[in-house]
Design a protein around this ligand. Structure first.
Ligand code: HEC
Length: 277
């Protein structure tokens, strides 16, 4: 009896384990409510089975002929004929000593079988007659559409903007945002008019780290920490960095009140061909 109980318990945990694995593997597609419901179902089944195993031991020890709920359940599923009653369902033919029993189709099997028929009818009507469900090809297109919408949103928030892709923007709104950002964050070191204080003059043609939108964006993004210019990428969004970088470039040629002496090299914008090669 001990061994039987042990085996039953092993079987039980095996079932729970497999079910749980499947549930969590499918977790991506199932929504949370479904997963929670499934987990609960598994727990209820597990507890029921476990209780019946415990009960079977108890009653067997008392020596009673007791059909515990677990076995009752199994019997309900299989409707098998006990071996001592087999003669009742024995068919009256025999070939070379091989006889045939007229066993009932196990209900679990019949249930599954009829279930597939019902499922196929619903499936056919839904996907191929009414067309209310998406077949795979449509699901794919739907996902592509969703991804395109998402991409547009990402482009708007500037997620694709980096030092390689950034371009100068002439947009008045963007430049005015850039000015606000500059006054708020940068003027302390570069002066309100960009003439330079601790940081260099940003209004001349000379650049320590290279001019042009890409270099300026890069310096703002990563900073030059060793020289006291901090990295702004955690505080400004890519779009904001593009705006302030563009604003800085519009300062070239303006006349600040107290301009710092030019530092670095005179920047010459590379020609189209050169950039491409
Ligand atoms: C704490 C002072 C400080 C603040 C604040 C600061 N900078 Fe700077 N910045 C510097 C210093 C110092 C340098 C010179 C770095 C070097 O020598 O390479 C510099 C360099 C730069 C350069 C490159 C100039 C060149 O000649 O290569 C740009 C562009 C720039 N800063 C933009 C900004 C912007 C935009 C902000 C605000 C978002 C900002 N800085 C805020 C101190 C600062």
């Amino acid at each position: 009896m001990k061994i039987k109980k042990f085996l039953n318990t092993i079987l039980l945990f095996e079932i729970i384990f497999l079910l749980q694995q499947n549930i969590f593997a499918a977790g991506d597609e199932l929504n949370t409510v479904m997963s929670i419901m499934l987990v609960f179902t598994v727990i209820i089944i597990a507890v029921t089975l476990w209780l019946s195993v415990v009960y079977s031991e108890k009653n067997d020890n008392e020596g009673k002929a007791f059909l515990n709920p677990y076995r009752k359940f199994l019997k309900m599923l299989t409707k098998s004929t006990p071996i001592e009653n087999e003669k009742d369902i024995l068919l009256d033919h025999e070939y070379d000593g091989i006889k045939e029993l007229d066993s009932k189709v196990p209900p679990w099997f019949a249930f599954l079988f009829y279930g597939t028929i019902v499922f196929s009818i619903i499936y056919m009507v839904r996907f191929h007659v009414i067309g209310s469900g998406d077949v795979q090809a449509e699901e794919y297109l739907e996902e592509i559409r969703a991804a395109q919408v998402e991409r547009q949103i990402l482009i708007k928030t500037g997620a694709f903007l980096n030092e390689e892709t950034v371009t100068f923007t002439k947009d008045a709104g963007a430049l005015s945002n850039g000015k606000d950002i500059f006054i708020k964050n940068c003027a302390a070191c570069h002066a309100n008019d960009g003439g330079g204080l601790v940081g260099p003059n940003l209004t001349d043609e000379y650049w320590i780290n290279g001019g042009g939108i890409k270099n300026v964006f890069k310096v703002i993004k990563y900073g030059v920490p060793a020289k006291g210019m901090i990295s702004w990428q955690t505080q400004l969004s890519p779009t904001q960095m593009q705006e302030v970088a563009s604003y800085i470039l519009t300062l070239e040629g303006t006349e600040p009140a107290n301009p710092k002496q030019p530092e670095g090299e005179k920047w010459v914008e590379p020609k189209e061909e050169e950039t491409k090669s």
